[in-house]
Design a protein around this ligand. Sequence first.
Ligand code: PLP
Length: 376
Amino acid sequence: MNLFNVYPLFDIEIAKGIGCSIYDNHGIEYLDLYGGHAVISIGHSHPYYVQKLTEQLEKLVFYSNSVVNSLQKELSEKLGKLSGYNDYSLFLVNSGAEANENALKLASFHTGRKKVIAFSKSFHGRTSAAVRVTDNPKIVAPINEGFDVEFHMLNDIDSVRKSLRNKDVCAVIIEGIQGVGGIRVPDVEFLKALSTECKETGTILILDEVQSGYGRSGKFFAHQYADIRPDLITIAKGMGNGFPIGGVLINPAFEASYGLLGTTFGGNHLACTAAIAVLDILEAEHLLDNAQKIGNYLTCELKKIPQIKEVRGLGLMIGIEFDRPIKEIRSRLLFDKKIFTGVSGTNIIRLLPPLCLSKSDADHFLASFKEVIQTV
Ligand code: PLP
């Protein structure tokens, strides 16, 4: 059987990871500034994480959500404490798309409405809120499955306000920082106004923190820079440091009832163990502070490079935009300098490293990057 060929691949097989380094099957070391799509939060194969997962693996991987699983309680309590959302409840799922689907469902059940507002260049997974960022003509966007999705320009509060005033929108869904769409940070004033407008019109505000959450921005959630409290917050990626787990943080105004939501694998024992270990390490190693410190340093140094058109982002979620395609720069970084980076569109390099990135790793990248852009 062939694999269904939907991913363009580099001809490199990653066999091992330690901290911010990954190694291919020939033992060649690479600096990982991509974290496998922003997934690696605490670093590859952290010894505490490995120990906790191994211990749990020897006991139990999975049993269904029809019996008590005290790991879910431990996880929700730790997450509430670290994120500042102690009063919210947690629904556990397996991925970012599933988290967003459930958030949209909750919003629709709660309001009785079906219209959703999303933003241009947004990405919320392969969900009802659609794939907007794509050059593939075979993908008909938005992919609507029951929701009527209306797209607005990021930061255009007037256009959103006009639509919300009709009081027929169930939810506005917005990323803490747009990731796939090129690392675009919503204005603080826009987020504040959006939050107020949603409250006044009975619209649910969903903050998609799947990529920007879990400390990546230097705060637990990127929207916390705007000091707002959304109704629903979706999480995944960094939550399990590579182990698939996601969740929805739910405002106390939402009432749970049996059967309202459900999943087979969500919140399984191994996934919860991974997520608890991630929170323990984020806290013990002060990784949010590190993301802010090293992120600021990288951003400051990158802004001094004249060939770059714009540097955007917060913490260790950084977009480097050129006024020309970056394909060659990215290949040279990978094949000559052994540094993995990400991409958005044709002109933007995305940096999404593990949150334990050191200053010497950042300096190594900066020196290599400067060398490469001189010659490409
Ligand atoms: N939301 C955001 C902001 C994302 O960046 C992604 C994935 O890149 C998703 C949702 C979808 O997550 P998953 O691929 O785990 O379904």
